[in-house]
Design a protein around this ligand. Structure first.
Ligand code: TYD
Length: 224
């Protein structure tokens, strides 16, 4: 695209362009510790007197809960394009009804997973092109990108050991083979390398308090 070409309507833009709030996402493989870190960050931000909206994809809305049930628990095949569209539909509704209003109010949105999960997971199925998956999500969200994305990076074998210890039944994606999770990890790291300003990559084997400290520092610099 040339410099003076018209910007497509779904071109990425900074999340805060639409309001005074902050949009923070956690990404990483299953079992990397996203929920623990999101909770610690939420507590810290509330202690600073900030309004926080804690949410997730898929399933951050009533419509999303129904979509989540299909994508995670449907037994049998779902066509890869249909699966990508379901995640994008969940995201479109969630951004319009939850995330954007919160940013516009000046709240801090802390979200488990966003479009990077679609690129990493749906791309890792080797059927869909990662750029197509990203474009689809950008169209679905009007180009909304987080102010900060924390990637908790963990070797899939270590993650699997954590999930096994949890004793919860596996969903469709957790049940995928080891090579799939290795491709997901590589995809996340490539996304982070392509957007170093947006991403904070952390070694998820570090103790939770150490990770929380790094996350707080990155968030604090964006709150100013
Ligand atoms: P998650 O909410 O992290 O699961 P849990 O409740 O077990 O912690 O994520 C559910 C799964 O959805 C996870 O395996 C990754 C997958 N996923 C995608 O494949 N694409 C997406 O766009 C999103 C948001 C999640």
């Amino acid at each position: 695209m040339t410099a003076d070409a018209p910007r497509p309507p779904h071109a990425p833009r900074a999340a805060t362009a639409g309001g005074p709030g902050l949009f923070l996402t956690f990404e990483g493989g299953d079992g990397a510790g996203k929920t623990t870190q999101a909770t610690l960050l939420e507590e810290w931000l509330r202690g600073q007197g900030r309004e926080v909206v804690r949410t997730r994809e898929p399933g951050g809305t009533d419509v999303g809960v129904r979509i989540r049930d299909i994508v995670l628990h449907h037994r049998g095949h779902i066509a890869p394009r249909a699966e990508a569209l379901l995640y994008a539909a969940d995201r479109a509704h969630h951004v319009e009804t939850v995330v954007q209003p919160a940013i516009a109010r000046g709240d801090v949105v802390i979200q488990d997973r966003y479009l990077d999960s679609s690129v990493a997971y749906q791309g890792a199925g080797r059927v869909l092109d990662a750029d197509d998956v990203r474009e689809l999500s950008l169209w679905a969200t009007g180009g909304l990108l987080p102010d900060l994305t924390v990637l908790l990076d963990l070797d899939p074998a270590a993650a699997r050991a954590r999930l096994d210890a949890d004793d919860k039944p596996f969903d469709r994606l957790e049940a995928e083979k080891a090579e799939f999770h290795e491709r997901v990890r590589v995809a996340f790291l490539a996304l982070a390398a392509a957007e170093p300003e947006r991403f904070l990559v952390l070694d998820a084997t570090q103790p939770a308090p150490t990770l929380a400290e790094r996350v707080r520092a990155a968030v604090a610099s964006r709150l100013v």
